[in-house]
Design a binder for this molecule. Structure first.
Ligand code: G3P
Ligand code: MG
Length: 388
């Protein structure tokens, strides 16, 4: 995390006010709290400006992604009319950067996002060989029977005839589920990641690790009902794998229990092998909110951001770290549950604040949020009154 953080502190902007920062800060979710898709939520800009005027620090902590941190913060800064720096910004795939130079990530399959933007982000993180499903489609057009554009402009040649994938990283929500799901299933069923192969017989060799950058089954954009997120794609993938496993189990059971001539079905136990032997046991790791690792990482980012801001304001570190972080989110299953369950290693208290402008619209389960308010401005005002 240290190298990750240091790299992102280039040209950190000076604080917008000389007031010493208080001992609390905010972590804002984006979709459903600050933005609906590319449209700012009406009170978001006012809320963030209120914080800047009072030297109250904040980070953005989203399960979204698909662009580089610098591109996304430039876009958000202009849309929200508040300076937002990459060093105060965490996307679902930001922690993937830590894998870039590790053994076992030499050639990665990156799934999700528009065009090959996620490939560019992965390369910016330092991954050496990055393949996307479009590359496989362009090399083998029948791989996805129903994908119409068989030679997308952003496709690149595969490194070799028998390319071997070491790991799969789902950076962001897939756009073409037919292609991406087929390619992911192919790699999961492959012989150690070799494209175009199947696991031999009862192979128990290790499986290709798959990293999903967030578990969001649903999320909120401009539409009035929640949309399927990356968690929906993962559920589809797990559904396909378990259906294949059931089919194989049925086939093996039918092979094992052969009806004799006219007599009762005689049976013998299937050779005692596990059914999982030749199907990928899902070595899938799911990151992003509400997972503990994401909040640990967010806390590191927040504390480093604050330290830098104190230095730039010429204030010594005696102001110390924050004591409380207010997590403002719209999704009880993600933002709220993550903040409520997180036990900080730095004795920082995380307090969950649920808004009604996203997945949660009022009524029903709130995920035991500390407070439920209308929108992000109401959230900021509630906290400032509480901390006054
Ligand atoms: O990727 C879309 C969705 O997962 C966004 O999440 O955390 O900004 O609400 P969030
Ligand atoms: Mg959200």
């Amino acid at each position: 995390t240290a190298t990750l953080l240091s790299r992102r502190f280039l040209q950190t902007p000076a604080p917008t006010s000389s007031k010493p920062p208080p001992d609390y800060a905010f972590a804002f979710d984006i979709d459903g709290v600050l933005m609906h898709g590319s449209t700012p939520i009406s009170t978001a800009s006012t809320a963030l400006q209120l914080l800047s005027e009072n030297s109250i620090e904040f980070i953005l902590l989203t399960n979204g992604g698909g662009k580089s941190e610098s591109a996304r913060t430039a876009e958000l800064s202009s849309r929200l009319s508040v300076p937002i720096h990459p060093s105060q910004f965490i996307q679902s795939h930001t922690p993937f950067a830590a894998f870039a130079k590790r053994p076992g990530f030499e050639t990665v399959l990156v799934i999700g996002g528009d065009g090959d933007q996620c490939r560019q982000v992965a390369k910016e993180y330092g991954f050496r060989n990055v393949i996307i499903p479009a590359d496989i489609l362009a090399a083998y057009p029948p791989v996805s029977p129903f994908t119409t554009d068989k030679a997308p402009a952003h496709a690149q040649p595969l490194p070799s005839e028998n390319t071997k994938i070491d790991a799969v990283l789902v950076f962001n929500d897939p756009r073409d589920w037919a292609l991406d799901l087929q390619v992911l299933v192919d790699v999961a069923l492959s012989d150690e990641g070799r494209l175009g192969t199947r696991r031999p017989g009862n192979s128990v060799k290790p499986h290709i690790p798959i990293y999903f950058s967030n578990p969001d089954l649903i999320w909120a954009n401009e539409y009035h009902l929640p949309r399927l997120g990356q968690g929906g794609f993962r559920a589809a993938f797990n559904g396909v794998i378990s259906s294949l496993r059931d089919a194989q189990r049925t086939e093996r059971m039918e092979r094992a229990f052969k009806p004799s001539e006219g007599g009762p079905i005689e049976g013998r136990t299937v050779e005692g092998r596990s059914y999982q032997d030749n199907l990928p046991i899902m070595r899938a790791t799911v990151m992003g909110k509400p997972n503990r690792g994401t909040y640990l990482y967010a806390e590191e980012v927040l504390c480093s951001w604050r330290k830098k801001q104190l230095e730039l304001a010429g204030l010594d570190q005696s102001h110390g770290d924050v004591k409380t972080v207010y997590m403002v989110g719209d999704n009880p299953a993600s933002d709220i549950r993550g903040a409520n369950n997180f036990k900080s290693d730095k004795n920082i208290m995380w307090v969950s604040v649920l808004v009604k402008t996203g997945v949660y619209k009022g009524g029903g389960r709130t995920g035991e949020a500390k407070v439920v308010v209308e929108d992000v401005l109401a959230a900021v005002k509630w906290v400032m009154e509480r901390e006054a």
